[in-house]
Design a protein around this ligand. Structure first.
Ligand code: GRF
Length: 194
């Protein structure tokens, strides 16, 4: 692990498929003097993912993965993780499901952020489903990844109030803001237990 001013920083990889605001936020946090992690690698399954621009901007290693063949894709990813001495994988809007085989190789070292109060609203379209069910609250969850979708042990959660005139768009923006609060804190917790 790289030693920076007496602090051992944990190398993390962030996996994205889209906008990458959580990636950007984690990079920002990693630059704080007392941060315990360094974003060493960005993995994307999409060459068009907007978030890749942050890897370029902050000079972080990046790898676009061709996912036509999942087995080969995961082999390439594992090789990159090894090459970059990655200790922890952070999924942030990564739209591919990791296989049991991959998860086994990185057991307990993969975390994900999900835009609902798990175990409610696993999967996609969480905000609209919460609105349709007249929920009073939704929120976001950081959890460990296991082989069942959005079902691993919860690390931290943040509640967000749903308003009467809410739309999926408005709610998703407020939740995303809280994701940016939550993810670095969850990461800190995970690293303290490594
Ligand atoms: C977030 O809402 C996250 O919870 C979900 O995908 C979205 C990613 O947003 N898994 P961004 O790409 O980090 O902006």
């Amino acid at each position: 692990m790289p030693k920076l001013i007496g602090i051992e920083k944990v190398n993390i990889a962030v996996f994205i498929s889209g906008t990458g605001t959580n990636l950007k936020n984690l990079i920002k946090f990693s630059q704080k003097e007392d941060s315990k992690f360094k974003v060493k690698l960005v993995i994307s399954n999409k060459s068009s993912a907007k978030g890749i621009s942050y890897a370029k901007k902050f000079k972080i290693n990046k790898k676009i993965i061709d996912y036509q063949n999942t087995k080969n894709a995961e082999k390439t990813i594992l090789n990159e993780l090894d090459k970059n001495k990655i200790k922890l994988v952070c999924l942030a809007g990564f739209m591919k499901i990791l296989t049991g085989n991959f998860i086994k190789k990185f057991r307990g070292k993969i975390i994900n952020i999900h835009p609902s109060l798990l175990p409610k609203y696993k999967g996609l379209n969480t905000h609209q489903r919460a609105l349709d069910n007249n929920e009073k609250y939704s929120g976001c969850t950081v959890h460990y990844v296991n082989s069942r979708l959005d079902a691993g042990k919860i690390i931290l959660q943040k509640k967000v109030k749903i308003f009467k005139n809410d739309t999926s768009d408005k709610l998703s923006k407020r939740i995303l803001n809280q994701e940016h609060y939550l993810y670095p804190r969850a990461l800190k917790k995970v690293i303290s237990n490594l």
